[in-house]
Write a protein that binds this ligand. Structure first.
Ligand SMILES: [Zn+2]
Length: 211
């Protein structure tokens, strides 16, 4: 099946949009639309409800996504974000990890490992939507966290490796990025795609072996 791989959108990640209203630079929630479209496709082909996990690592909480799927057991929403960042009134996700101002690589990555473990203890996903916001980087104007360039790359590897080890297809979208220096934001995003390309290659090798 073509969707059992690693793909993405060079934009997107509009997680502040609700079903009934926009918010925080977001008009429509592309994560919700993607999840619903993939579920419709799975239902058409396999007559099963596809279980989708949203791993939202943008520095801002995924309030719109959390609200859309609040009562939907087929979609698990995980948001790891700066606790004091926008939105100031957060919507409860299935799992929220609010990090303190100035959080650095090491505690961030520890929290991420823990969050993914909790996700898999509570939910058995078949598809992962990864919102790889560039705004937890230390050079971001809006984010209140302090991840280095290496820390951001490690973050991407943790998520994509976790998904690959479980052979879970991943859809990436970019989310926010507001660097003091725009080049830095681009570099963070390029790094994400570079890591993703490595996992895309692993998928191709796996499929070519006729699995
Ligand atoms: Zn953001």
């Amino acid at each position: 099946m073509p969707w059992r791989r690693c793909g993405g959108n060079l934009a997107g990640g509009t997680h502040h949009a609700y079903a009934h209203k926009g918010g925080g630079f977001c008009v429509f929630n592309d994560i919700a639309v993607t999840a619903r479209l993939m579920q419709a496709e799975a239902w058409r082909h396999q007559r099963q409800t596809l279980k989708v996990a949203v791993v939202d690592l943008d520095v801002h909480q995924g309030n719109g996504t959390a609200h859309v799927f609040a009562k939907d057991p087929s979609v698990f929403t995980l948001s790891m974000h700066g606790e004091k960042n926008f939105p100031f009134r957060k919507e409860p996700s299935d799992l929220d990890v609010g990090l303190p101002d100035g959080c650095t690589d090491e505690p961030y990555l520890a929290a991420l490992h823990q969050a993914l473990q909790t996700l898999q203890d509570r939910f058995d996903p078949q598809l992962v939507i990864y919102l790889a916001g560039a705004d937890p980087h230390e050079g971001d104007r809006l984010g209140r966290l302090k991840l280095t360039m290496d820390g951001m790359q490690a973050r991407d590897r943790v998520v994509l490796d976790w998904a690959w080890q479980r052979r879970l297809p991943v859809v990436l979208c970019m989310g926010g990025g507001y660097g003091h220096d725009i080049e830095t934001t681009v570099q963070v995003q390029m790094q994400t795609w570079d890591v993703a390309l490595g996992y895309w290659r692993l998928w191709q090798g796996w499929h070519n072996r006729g699995r």
